[in-house]
Design a protein around this ligand. Structure first.
Ligand code: ATP
Ligand code: MG
Length: 380
């Protein structure tokens, strides 16, 4: 007999954003009592968690004190204070993903070295300390400069086409990597529990909005050959095994014109590229993360229905209290599933929610997603 989790386990989550919110929704199904640390008392998790703790997940004292209150600690954002996590871990707290993996992922330079050391295919790269070093790499053009630390949603990424672009380069420790004229961007979410059981979700395909630098549409499953599908999953599973992660790992990849897969980057947590799994797969990424960190067997990742996910971004030109226009219209369509994140204030391109559209085929789902994009507006 096992005691229900709420008697025995308090799960702490660093970060109170939408990924945490959807994790909490699933945690409720497992009777898991929980606490969330975030600086914003109005964050997406605040109203759902058993115990909201206001504090900075980048501050040593805040993270350490929070860790002392819980039995198991996880993250929904990787920009967290590592020193506090290392101390908590040395004192016996279970932290999944492990602090050494969070530390690795926080640094895009360390990630690239990890791929190289473990024979994971990735674009060629060099590490530089500052902007002035860019000029020493003219023969490497065209390349992409990425800040080693602190970047997200494309902030901290710049394409360098010619030497004239060096002027606008970042003046901080960076990775410079070969520009890849990719055909597709794909992602694989994989989970690994403490026993070492590894399971990946079907490959998905992402289409980015060039202006917002955010995913515009996500297709599940990806329209790729079975050979590529197999290869992408094997790469993601190998990374999970090599890193010996406990928890969920999302691996973003490029598919080149020569049908070669190159790993772009990874995130050790639920990911934007897995939202659709709530409706479209036998087990959601959120449940899979909980199963992995609780050392339970992984659930089936089988795709039940083709799906297209569309991020709901704040409309350009509107800032302030969020209003939703067109909700009735989109909800009249079968297979349209709305997820709002509880953010009171909208800003241009702010991620306010997402909609997963399921259909008989990916094309059918895409048609619905396009309708959602055109008809649902977040204004103020
Ligand atoms: N080497 C490359 N060649 C071509 N395009 C690239 C390269 N690296 C990144 N990009 C493009 O820039 C986007 C953002 O890069 P990356 O994923 O490294 O940044 P990020 O800020 O961590 O993004 P996010 O938080 O959205 O995942 C990629 O999704 C891809 O479209
Ligand atoms: Mg990325």
């Amino acid at each position: 007999m096992t005691k229900p989790f709420y008697d025995t386990l308090k799960l702490g989550i660093l970060g109170g954003g939408q990924l945490g919110r959807m994790l909490l929704q699933k945690a409720a199904d497992f009777n898991i009592s929980n606490a969330v640390l975030d600086p914003d008392a109005d964050c997406p998790c605040a109203a759902l968690t058993d115990e909201f703790v206001k504090g900075d997940f980048n501050n040593f004292d805040d993270v350490y004190a929070f860790g002392k209150k819980v039995d198991l600690l996880t993250i929904e954002i990787e920009h967290v204070n590592i020193e506090a996590l290392e101390k908590l871990e040395s004192e016996g707290l279970k932290i999944f993903p492990q602090p050494r993996i969070i530390k690795l992922v926080q640094d895009k330079g360390a990630q690239k070295i990890f791929y190289r050391t473990n024979g994971i295919p990735t674009s060629e790269f060099h590490l530089i300390e500052n902007k002035s070093e860019l000029s020493g790499h003219q023969s490497f053009l065209p390349f992409v400069q990425k800040l080693r630390k602190g970047g997200y949603d494309g902030r901290g990424v710049q394409v360098m086409k010619t030497a004239e672009d060096f002027e606008k380069g970042f003046d901080a420790p960076s990775v410079i990597e070969k520009f890849i004229p990719f055909e597709k961007e794909i992602a694989v979410i994989v989970s690994r529990n403490e026993k070492g059981e590894v399971k990946s979700f079907p490959v998905v395909e992402m289409e980015f909005n060039p202006e917002a630098n955010l995913v515009e549409f996500l297709f599940s499953p990806a329209v790729i050959s079975s050979t590529l599908e197999k290869e992408a999953k094997e790469i993601a599973e190998k990374i999970a095994d090599d890193a010996k992660i406990t928890g969920l790992l999302a691996v973003e990849m490029f598919v080149t014109g020569e049908e070669k897969i190159l790993v772009n980057e990874m995130a050790p947590r639920p990911h934007n590229s897995g939202h659709h799994t709530i409706e479209a797969n036998a087990t959601s990424q959120y449940e899979q993360h909980l199963r992995a960190i609780l050392n339970l067997p992984p659930g089936s990742t089988e795709s039940i229905l083709p799906a297209v996910m569309v991020n709901l971004l704040g409309e350009k030109g509107y800032s302030g209290h969020a209003m939703y226009e067109g909700m009735e219209k989109i909800l009249a369509i079968e297979g349209v599933h709305v997820h709002l994140y509880g953010k009171k204030i909208t800003r241009p391109f702010r991620k306010m929610g997402h909609v997963t559209c399921t259909g008989k085929t990916v094309e059918d789902a895409l048609e619905k997603a396009k309708f959602v994009k055109e008809n649902l507006k977040i204004i103020s």
